[in-house]
Design a binder for this molecule. Structure first.
Ligand code: PLP
Length: 429
């Protein structure tokens, strides 16, 4: 594509006509916009509702009405093993073995449950590495883990957290700088917990390289994949990370507060020495209903489950993952790269480029379906103007707009229209 193509509406229509995933858009409800057709670019915050979700939830309500307690076995999707319904599809989305993944709880809860097992600080090795721009919940979670442990382990709480900052004048982290920071303090770092795709800049880290390097230095590696799951191609098993957690309401479209996911690498699944907060749904199903007092963990990620599955909340995740199963991650990622590149090219080819700095890395390999745009004059008021023109996007102080073209339901023509509206609102043309 050259830059003059990018500004033509025809070009967008041609790309859509050639897009093998174009019909997936019809599987989703788009929200009402104040004017015109909605331009939904916040799938990185809350993905759209699949039209099939309502029937799936209704089905569970009907089965409950019809069967009562018998629904545990008699429901169309029996409730007792309901979390099994999403295991295979979830595993494919994140590149884990089926027994390495489980859908449960919410993201921050899972981070804590996994840190109970995988953050075991000693007086010498206790530090946790995060991004300086980590999502606040992740910052709070790791700091409260430090608070929880430092008295007993006897380490220096004030030096417990290492926050990775970009170089002056840069907005994203360089892999070499990350590795150097790890190497510098490798003997005192216990845990590396980064966002696979940074929520603010959209930077997609080199997960395999960082994981390998940190693990070679004896560091436990966990990834927060809130902005990566359903967005980029993940191979968690092959990349050998220790654990990961993600939410399902962003790119995974499973609805507000949806049931989250967790990954634990196979090598830990038989380790009976791991500390763990246990509940009956983590017990081996073969003996679960003997109702004995001794916890016998199942040899899968399910061992971290506490409670019986929340069926009404899992139904939307089941529906959503079936869509991913049909679309497939490699095809979605290919379209996503094309869409985001097209967005970048179109912005650069339009007048707004003079008022714009793109914080997201320029290479496709280093980013997912998101561009973070620092725009001169972007304020909450300009976000309202965008919304009045049908644009759903996200504003961060002081002047950053994040837009995420989601390949399941955004079209090239959506991107073309978005660029036009941005130019209108910011006086570019
Ligand atoms: C969205 C997001 C969260 C949200 O946490 P919840 O527990 O789902 O409320 C946490 N961390 C990151 C990195 C996120 O992007």
């Amino acid at each position: 594509m050259n830059t003059s193509d990018a500004s033509k509406e025809d070009f967008a229509h041609r790309c859509d006509a050639e897009d093998s995933l174009r019909s997936f858009r019809d599987l989703f409800h788009f929200p009402r916009a104040p004017a015109g057709k909605p331009l939904y670019f916040v799938g990185n915050s809350l993905g759209l509702q699949p039209k099939a979700t309502r029937a799936a939830v209704d089905q569970e309500l009907e089965d409950w009405a019809e069967f009562g307690v018998e629904g545990h076995v008699a429901a169309r999707h029996p409730w007792l093993p309901y979390h099994e319904e999403v295991r295979a599809t979830l595993a494919r989305v994140v590149g884990g073995l089926p027994r390495e993944v489980v859908a449960m709880n919410s993201l921050t809860t899972n981070l804590h449950l996994l840190m109970v097992s995988f953050y075991r600080p000693t007086r010498e090795r206790y530090q946790i590495v995060i991004e300086d721009s980590a999502f606040p919940s992740d910052s709070y979670a790791v700091q409260s883990q430090l608070d929880f442990h430092h008295g007993r382990a006897g380490f220096d709480r004030d030096h417990g957290l290492i926050r990775l900052k970009p170089r002056d004048g840069e907005s994203t982290l360089r892999t070499d700088d990350i590795l150097e920071a790890i190497e510098l303090q490798s003997s005192s770092i216990a845990l590396l917990l980064l966002g696979g795709v940074n929520y603010l800049t959209g930077q997609y880290f080199d997960l395999p390289a960082i994981t390998r390097f940190a693990r070679d230095h004896g560091i436990v590696v966990g990834w927060d994949l809130a902005h990566a799951a359903g967005n980029v191609n993940l191979q968690l098993h092959d990349w050998d990370c220790d654990f990961a957690a993600w939410c399902s309401y962003k790119y995974l479209n499973a609805g507000p507060g949806a049931v989250a996911g967790a990954f634990v690498h196979e090598r830990h699944l038989r380790d009976r020495t791991l500390p763990r907060f246990a509940g009956w749904w983590g017990n081996d199903p073969a003996t679960r209903f003997k109702m004995g007092p001794e916890f016998v963990p199942v040899d899968s990620a399910d061992a971290w489950q506490l409670s019986n599955p929340p069926v009404l909340a899992l139904a939307p995740l089941r529906v959503s993952l079936e869509i991913f199963e049909r679309a497939t991650m490699p095809a979605l990622r290919a379209k996503s790269i094309a869409l985001t590149n097209y967005l970048e090219q179109s912005l650069k080819a339009s007048a707004i480029h003079e008022r714009l700095r793109i914080l997201t890395p320029p290479k496709s390999a280093d980013r997912g379906a998101q561009l973070s745009l620092e725009i001169d004059g972007a304020t909450p008021a300009t976000s309202r103007l965008l919304h009045e023109r049908g644009v759903f996007c996200d504003f961060r102080e002081p002047d950053v707009i994040r837009v995420a073209p989601a390949p399941l339901y955004n079209s090239f023509h959506d991107v073309w229209r978005l660029v036009r509206v941005l130019n209108e609102v910011f006086g570019g043309q």
